[in-house]
Ligand binder design. Sequence first.
Ligand SMILES: Cc1cc2nc3c(=O)[nH]c(=O)nc-3n(C[C@H](O)[C@H](O)[C@H](O)COP(=O)(O)O)c2cc1C
Length: 197
Amino acid sequence: MSEDDALAFTESLIHLRQHVSPKRLEAPGPNERQLGLIFEAAAAAPDHGLLVPWRFVLIPTDRRATLGQMFADALLERDATASAEQVGDARAKALRGAVLLLCVADLAAREPDTPAHERLVSLGCAIQNMMLTAQAMGFGAGLSSGQGMASQALRRGFGLREGEIAVCFVSFGTVTSARPRRERPAPERFVTTLGRS
Ligand SMILES: Cc1cc2nc3c(=O)[nH]c(=O)nc-3n(C[C@H](O)[C@H](O)[C@H](O)COP(=O)(O)O)c2cc1C
C-alpha cells in the first residue's frame, strides 16, 4: 500500500467513522452476505492465546420484543418503582437499529490464562473491525450499553455463562441523519516518549 493509499484508507474509514445512535440506523442494514463479511472481520482481531474470548448474539426482528421485555425487566430489577412510561421507553430501545448484536466477552478461567484486560482489548478490536467493515459497505454503526448490561434479566435472557459479561450492543444500519464529526483528541494528549518530559 502506498502512503497515499494509506492516507485515503485512514481518511475514508478510520477518521470518518463516528458513533451513530441506533435511533438513526434504519433499514436496510447489512444483508446476510455482508454480515458474514463483518463477522470475518471480527475474526481478524488480535487474540492473545487464540482463545476467541468473545462472541456476538444477533437479535433478529422477531426477537426484538423479547429483548424489550429483558430491558423492561432489567429496569424493574434496579428500580421497582419505575413508572409505566419509563418501562415503555426501556422496551422501545430494543426496536432501534436495523441490525443489532450483543457483544459478549469471555473472562472465565481458560488455558492459556490470558488476562481479562487482554481479552477485552481483543473484543474491542473485533468490534472496531466490524464497525469499519460496515462503514466500508456504506452503513453506519453505533455502540450502546447502560446499567442493564449487568442485569440478571439480560444474563438469563442471553444465557450468559459464568465468567461471561455483556459488554455492549452494536447496531448497524443506514444513517438517516448525520451529525458533525467530533473533534478527536490530539496525539500529544495521549502519547509520550520514555525518558523525555
Ligand atoms: C463499550 C462502549 C459502550 C458505549 N455505549 C454507549 C452508549 O450507551 N450510548 C452512547 O451514546 N454511546 C455509547 N458509546 C459510544 C461513545 O459514546 C462514542 O464512541 C464516543 O462519544 C466517541 O464518539 P465517536 O465514536 O463518534 O468518536 C459506547 C462506546 C463504547 C466503547
